[in-house]
Design a protein around this ligand. Structure first.
Ligand SMILES: NC(=O)c1ccc[n+]([C@@H]2O[C@H](COP(=O)([O-])OP(=O)(O)OC[C@H]3O[C@@H](n4cnc5c(N)ncnc54)[C@H](O)[C@@H]3O)[C@@H](O)[C@H]2O)c1
Length: 341
């Protein structure tokens, strides 16, 4: 039986991974550590499984005498307005978080980390294979995120090389879906919340910048297959994403059309917003040939819209099962909201 720790498990992706982990019969205990910075206790409130234990703490200073067979490090904001506002905290979550979590890994245990396609920066090749070294600015406004992902990868791959650590690193491309915060600040959720609250849809720049949008069920299915696979000779970081590239403007137009023609307005681009992003999935197809993204973006955006519609419906505040402040008590963070992220 496995004791498992998920850092950042109350976040968007982490909470979906907790659902998947609890389907496994060989998991005896699932500890989630999360400081609820960008995560929400509501993301886990539906889980009644007694194997789940929630600890509200910064991952870097987690106090426990437990050790774990599998550790999943998801603890980092993924949305640029959030990480650009608190760069030191972002670097700490990724890198110092990894240091602390490595202390808690049992000998022979597996360490799984969500890096990011942001390690490629504003790429000069498309699609981006894992071998592409990236075009990243270590003094730029996105560097706290990009460089802390890169440095955490270095830490883990060097421990793999020197100590044989069992490491699994994924580089997710843009992921969207239910349980994204309404004030997350990235394109799909921004467009949907703007449209549902009677505002115009804001596109930053000309909207021709492209992204590869992966629906959360497809992306977490890819993670689970790779993270849980015992027989593989693949040792490097793995791109996980949808390789259908769509412009930000096309997503805005699609959301607008679903909501009866909400107006679209344009604002200046945020600094160093990548012009394109598309995964080369050759390695993913080699490692897990049976996996692919099955949910089209049209279907995924429509499902996400339905979820937000229910989420944004006014309702009486109720205390959460794991101690979060109710939506009415929570002070919304003032974010500038970047549409193409
Ligand atoms: N969503 C995407 O498109 C995407 C793309 C590439 C990589 N990723 C990576 O996947 C992971 C999960 O992303 P997400 O979209 O679910 O983001 P998220 O912001 O929803 O989740 C991150 C979680 O980590 C928690 N957290 C942050 N710092 C912490 C700390 N110091 N201690 C404890 N908890 C902390 C947050 O409260 C939150 O619950 C992140 O590492 C992110 O960088 C996400």
């Amino acid at each position: 039986m496995k004791r498992v720790l998920v850092a950042g498990g109350a976040g968007f992706i982490g909470s979906h991974m907790c659902d998947k982990l609890l389907l496994r019969k060989d998991v005896s205990k699932l500890v989630v550590v999360d400081n609820l910075w960008t995560g929400r206790a509501e993301n886990l409130a539906h889980i009644k499984d007694p194997r789940l234990h929630f600890v509200r703490s910064d991952v870097e200073t987690l106090q426990t005498s437990d050790t774990f067979d599998e550790i999943y490090h998801f603890a980092s904001p993924a949305s640029p307005p959030w990480y650009m506002k608190e760069p030191k905290r972002t670097i700490s979550a990724n890198l110092l978080g990894a240091f602390r979590l490595l202390d808690l890994l049992k000998k022979g245990g597996r360490f799984c980390f969500t890096s990011s396609s942001e390690v490629y920066g504003d790429p000069l090749v498309s699609p981006q294979p894992e071998s592409y070294k990236g075009q990243v600015d270590c003094t730029g406004p996105r560097s706290s995120y990009d460089e802390s992902k890169r440095c955490t990868e270095s830490l883990l791959f060097e421990l793999q090389r020197t100590q044989g650590l069992d490491v699994r690193v994924v580089r997710p491309f843009n992921c969207y879906g239910p349980r994204t915060r309404p004030d997350d600040g990235r394109a799909v959720s921004n467009f949907i919340t703007q449209a549902l609250t009677g505002r115009s849809i804001t596109v930053f720049g000309d909207g021709l910048q492209s992204r590869s949008w992966g629906y959360v069920d497809d992306i977490t299915e890819g993670f689970a297959r790779y993270f849980w696979m015992n027989e593989t000779d693949y040792r490097g970081p793995l791109n996980v994403g949808n390789d259908r590239e769509i412009s930000v403007l096309d997503v805005a137009k699609y959301v607008s059309s679903l909501m009866g023609g909400v107006p679209i307005v344009f604002k200046p681009s945020p600094p160093q917003d990548p012009t394109n992003r598309r995964p080369d999935l050759t390695n993913a197809k080699y490692v897990m040939p049976e996996w692919s993204c099955k949910v089209s973006y049209e279907e995924g955006v429509a499902k996400t819209l339905d979820w937000f519609r229910a989420e944004l419906k006014p309702r009486a505040p109720k205390a959460s099962a794991i101690g979060a402040r109710s939506p009415r008590q929570r002070k919304p963070m003032q974010l500038s909201g970047f549409s193409s992220l």
